[in-house]
Design a protein around this ligand. Structure first.
Ligand SMILES: [Zn+2]
Length: 61
């Protein structure tokens, strides 16, 4: 399973594939893969650093 983050509302969820619409905000958003591929780091499946990273919309600063 892969962890996805909605670029619109920031909702993080686990799914095999990103859905067409976000289950939280209901918009057709871009979903970022925030899965942690480093089992040694001890996080719960998604990488907090990736989740905390600003989305494209906010990252222009
Ligand atoms: Zn959303």
């Amino acid at each position: 399973m892969t962890w996805w983050k909605c670029s619109n509302c920031g909702y993080v969820f686990e799914a095999e594939k990103p859905p067409e619409k976000c289950p939280n905000c209901g918009e057709k958003c871009t979903f970022y893969d925030v899965t942690c591929y480093t089992p040694e780091c001890g996080c719960k499946g998604y990488d907090p650093k990736l989740v905390g990273r600003p989305t494209n919309k906010e990252s222009k600063l």
